[in-house]
Design a protein around this ligand. Structure first.
Ligand SMILES: [Zn+2]
Length: 440
């Protein structure tokens, strides 16, 4: 008889599989060569490189942050409580303009650490210097769909001169599928209001030529939504993108706060994933995305933290809880977006947004992106319903172990790939003076 072997065997866990047929089971999860190979009782005599007793813990898929600007954690607390226009044009853009590659890498590393220790294993990230960030993500062990948001406000914009386009090409050339598929290159249109149809056509052509998904911001604020209609002869941003053929690619559209019912139908028709970023939308006073309406229209809705200057954390558990609460509060109906559906947004739906078919569930054949939550804490005992406990009681600080592709990256406060003290020092001594306008 062939010996059954696991690299790592989690034993005695409460397992949230996120598989509809059996969403919660108790037992063991075996991991081998980066994949989940067993869910349920391990066969007698099975060998394992390491056994982890997960009694009292919840084991679930790693969370998927489907919209982030990870390195923006450098700006955490830099511009709180400003109106959006002041926030963006007087605070964020000037500070970002002072950041060089070393500073962005410092922010990205700290942001990776923050996301790993709060349970996020896969990120859709839009920022700058992404080829260098891809190398960093490879080394840190995290999973990421990376893109550089193209901002093309100048009339003499050209692909040849645009750094975002050049970085996208470099990403696609050097990092597509790197790390056993962990790293993915994507294209990006920052937003309707920072570019126009000529630019979209070129980004689309590039995305089609290289088989890339596209990340973009869509209808975040009412002002932006109305101005788009004025610019496009009454057409919404979603309609303008749709007619330009942009939605023919796999699209991850952040925010979607001000979408009109017809827009939702367009997103559903084209399989566009919407990313709800409730903390950012509330903090910037942008409004509340109508998630139940999007879901009724047939749109896949994932969750994102957005950047840390409008959040101010990458703890996706906050977004999960808020998504559930806002759906109920906005519609005066507590039955909307129950805990299981809210958790799906951060797992199954996020995987779909990222175009990753083998992510977001605990089942044989899926990628071994796994987190363990320690529920033995006054904030999570007693724990009568595991989904309610995770969505309404747990936080990112409940995470005790984070695994990506079968590799443990964080366990009991210790990172295995990131020197946290060095990351703090680089972020606070090198990058922070640039944020604040001083010299490095
Ligand atoms: Zn954003």
């Amino acid at each position: 008889m062939q010996e059954i072997y696991f690299d790592i065997l989690f034993e005695n866990a409460t397992i949230l599989t996120m598989v509809d047929d059996a969403p919660v089971v108790t037992g063991d999860v075996g991991v081998k060569a980066g994949e989940i190979t067993l869910v349920g009782p391990a066969p007698k005599g099975a060998a394992a490189g390491r056994r982890i007793d997960a009694k009292g813990c919840i084991l679930m898929p790693g969370l998927i942050n489907a919209h982030a600007h990870t390195a923006m954690c450098l700006l955490r607390g830099y511009a709180d409580d400003y109106p959006l226009q002041t926030w963006l044009f007087e605070k964020v853009f000037p500070a970002e303009g002072r950041l060089d590659q070393r500073a962005i890498l410092a922010g990205a590393l700290l942001g990776f650490a923050e996301q790993l220790c709060t349970g996020t294993t896969s990120i859709s990230d839009m920022y700058y210097f992404q080829p260098a960030v891809a190398q960093l993500a490879l080394e840190a062990g995290i999973r990421a769909n990376l893109c550089n948001g193209v901002v093309a406000l100048s009339p003499d914009w050209s692909m040849e001169k645009d750094r975002g386009i050049q970085e996208t090409l470099a990403l696609a050339r050097d990092f597509q599928g790197a790390g056993g598929g962990r790293i993915r290159a994507e294209a990006a249109i920052h937003a309707e209001y920072t570019s126009g149809p000529r630019v979209w056509a070129q980004v689309l052509e590039l995305a089609q030529a290289h088989g890339l998904g596209i990340q973009l911001h869509l209808s975040e604020t009412e002002k932006e939504h109305q101005e788009a209609k004025a610019r496009h002869g009454g057409k919404t941003a979603a309609r303008a993108f749709y007619e330009a053929g942009v939605f023919d690619q796999r699209i991850t559209a952040a925010h979607c706060v001000w979408l009109e019912p017809e827009d939702m139908a367009l997103l559903a028709e084209k399989g566009v994933s919407a990313v709800h970023c409730p903390v950012s939308n509330l903090k910037l006073g942008s409004g509340i995305c109508d998630v139940p309406a999007l879901q009724r229209a047939g749109v896949n809705v994932a969750l994102g933290t957005d950047g840390c200057c409008s959040n101010n954390t990458h703890d996706l558990f906050e977004e999960i809880k808020l998504a559930a609460l806002l759906a109920k509060g906005k519609n005066l109906d507590p039955s909307l977006l129950p805990a299981y559906a809210a958790l799906k947004m951060a797992t199954v739906n996020g995987a779909r947004a990222q175009g990753r078919a083998h992510l977001g569930q605990i089942a044989p054949g899926m990628e071994a992106d796994i987190i363990l939550l320690d529920m033995d804490h006054p904030t999570t005992r007693p724990n009568l319903d595991p989904f309610g406990a995770v969505v309404y009681s747990a936080t990112g600080r409940s995470v005790k172990l984070t695994m990506v592709q079968g590799r443990i990256l964080y366990e009991n406060g210790v990172f295995t790939t990131i020197d946290l003290e060095k990351a703090y020092a680089e972020a606070e001594r090198y990058a922070l003076p640039l944020v604040l306008g001083g010299k490095a």
